[in-house]
Ligand binder design. Structure first.
Ligand code: ATP
Ligand code: MG
Length: 380
């Protein structure tokens, strides 16, 4: 039983990393009466715009992280790329949730994959790769097409390269920067799904409706929820995600990305120990958003209701849409079921996530079509 008293509103939540996930969590936290202290290299970062207090520094700077911990009642994360060593070092000052060991397992792809293997959970065939010679051996074992991924610091497909049959492994190794990596078999998936859940300090788990995700150029493009899926397979997906969260002793929101094979088998792609882009639909569709849920979990409060009141589709707004200046948002706002979220990023860049639109509609096929129409209108 968890006997730690909850951190009640009025307390300060420290957030390491000032991106859009921290921003949306800060909005939820401040609505509930909490204070936010964020660490980021830029005071005008998306979270900083909604924080009570900003510490300017990089995520690997121990002194800056210590300052945040000293000013906070609990520290949490906007990104899994805060070095676990930094979290270890500040844990004696104030609780860190999720804990440093969760991050140590997840932020290195090889450690994460070993963990999944140890749990007996299904994933693509893989091999660790530490040199061009090891890559040649891994290619011989795993085959091609396959994907070489840097062990650390990847997001939105960065630090990854696909190896086609006949491709030169040495060139692939150089292209990701000569860093320790893993080689993964390319999965011929029928579709991608993710389970968003929250785990409380007492071990209770609440699962959101399953999300179905489509990526474009390795960046999430759309999510629909609930993903149409036979009950038994959906339960299997939820069971995999629960097992991961429990085995890690995770606290907070977590996303587990999965591949669904044409025959219905599920493989884990990767674990994100935080709120997730594919959970943005919860803001609008569900009784408790993933951001409020994360605040509740890390503050030791009861979890909120994860039930959805409606189907929903989320479409990401990528920096490319800003090529001709500010996109014509009136086209989005003219739809009564549409909600616009922009992250306040000061410089739009191609491939950069700038915002998203959530469309509330029980007919998610129709909402997906509307999403495409909106993106087409915004791009002109
Ligand atoms: P993010 O953090 O944005 O989810 P990431 O950089 O950590 O991205 P992954 O989730 O590993 O990257 O890969 C991004 C996308 O690339 C996947 O969602 C999937 O569409 C595709 N992909 C990655 N690995 C494989 C694989 N082994 N087989 C087939 N497709 C893959
Ligand atoms: Mg991913």
């Amino acid at each position: 039983m968890n006997r730690t008293p909850p951190l009640l509103p009025g307390a300060t939540i420290g957030v390491l990393g000032g991106g859009q996930l921290g921003r949306m969590m800060a909005l939820a936290a401040r609505r509930m009466g909490y204070r936010i202290c964020v660490l980021d290299r830029d005071a005008r970062c998306p979270t900083g715009q909604f924080a009570d207090d900003v510490v300017v520094g990089t995520l690997d700077d121990l002194e800056s992280a210590r300052t945040v911990a000293e000013r906070s009642a609990v520290v949490t994360l906007d990104t899994e790329h805060v070095p676990a060593e930094v979290l270890e070092a500040i844990a004696p000052i104030c609780p860190v949730r999720p804990g440093p060991s969760v991050l140590a397992t997840i932020q290195d792809r090889a450690v994460q994959k070993r963990f999944l293997d140890a749990q007996g959970l299904p994933q693509a065939r893989w091999a660790p790769v530490g040199s061009p010679e090891e890559l040649a051996a891994a290619v011989a074992a795993i085959g091609r097409p396959s994907i070489l991924k840097a062990r650390r610091a990847g997001y939105d497909g960065k630090g990854q390269v696909r190896l086609e049959p006949g491709a030169d492994p040495r060139a692939a190794w150089h292209s990701i920067g000569d860093v320790p990596a893993v080689l993964e078999a390319l999965v011929p998936f029928a579709r991608e799904v993710s389970v968003i859940l929250a785990r409380a300090m007492d071990g209770e788990v609440r699962v959101y409706p399953l999300a179905e995700n489509e990526h474009r150029r390795h960046i999430l493009h759309t999510t629909r929820a609930p993903a149409p899926m036979p009950d038994e397979r959906r339960r299997r997906a939820e069971e995999i995600a629960r097992k991961i969260a429990t085995a890690l002793d995770h606290v907070g929101v977590m996303a587990v990305e999965m591949f669904e094979l044409p025959g219905g088998e599920l493989l884990v792609n990767e674990i994100a120990p935080r709120t997730h882009n594919s959970g943005h639909y919860t803001y609008g569709a569900c009784a408790t958003t993933q951001f409020e849920q994360h605040v509740r979990a890390v503050c030791g409060l009861p979890l909120g209701d994860a039930r959805a009141f409606t189907g929903a589709v989320m479409v990401n707004l990528i920096g490319d849409l800003w090529a001709n200046g500010e996109p014509p948002w009136q086209h989005v706002l003219a739809h009564p079921e549409a909600r616009l979220h922009l992250y306040g990023k000061l410089t739009p860049a191609p491939g950069r996530k700038m915002g998203h639109v959530v469309l509330l509609d029980d007919d998610t096929d129709r909402a997906l079509r509307t999403a495409e129409e909106l993106v087409a209108k915004l791009a002109t």
